[in-house]
Design a binder for this molecule. Sequence first.
Ligand SMILES: [Zn+2]
Length: 96
Amino acid sequence: MLQSFFVPFVILLCIAAFVFAFVAPMVAAYKVQRDAKRYDFHWYQQEFPDLVKDGRVACYQCRSKHLGVERKMNHSYVRSHYCRSCGTTLYYSKEH
Ligand SMILES: [Zn+2]
């Protein structure tokens, strides 16, 4: 029977939909918040003291000082500071 053949696929699809809708964003938000605590500006300054001078921050990959700020997802309240030249994320800061 065709209908019973599709039932496992429908169940799998429901599980996949659930994972993508709820679990994946939760895991992603958790990772961002964990990274934000670990890789903050203080960490960047400690790690690359010669790249942080007079309030100017340079990228550790390409040494560019052309940086941008991006809000990470809607409810994580975390901003990522990234390099506009090579796209590397440098450090995170909390949104106030
Ligand atoms: Zn760069």
